[in-house]
Design a protein around this ligand. Sequence first.
Ligand code: FEO
Length: 135
Amino acid sequence: MALLTWSDKFSVQVRQFDEEHKQLMNLINQLHDAMKAGQGKQVIGDVLNGLIEYTRRHFAAEDRLMKAQGYPGYENHKKEHNQLTMTVMDFQKGFAEGSAILSQTVMTFLRDWLTNHIQGVDKEYGPFLNGKGIT
Ligand code: FEO
């Protein structure tokens, strides 16, 4: 069973970001599947790198749009992005230097962080951006 499943409750009412959030969920599911299947370190490392790269691009896209539109929650939101980026880079470093598996704790953290972030601060920008004609 997938670790994360998209549903309407995750919609932020901005199409581009809904699509990107779906892709992030797919990547976290792929990472989870690769670990459950006992894939080698190279495979898991590649999936983890892909997840981090995609996350960085997604955060940058949200940051850019919030800033360009003068969104009042921009600074706080960007801070959450920066914190998560630092945390996952620590995971990546630990993984590269150590064991060939990521713990269930890491997967649970990623799942919970993503769902809480989307349903929290991400959803908050929806009405503001919709008001600017961005849907
Ligand atoms: Fe969709 Fe703020 O990350």
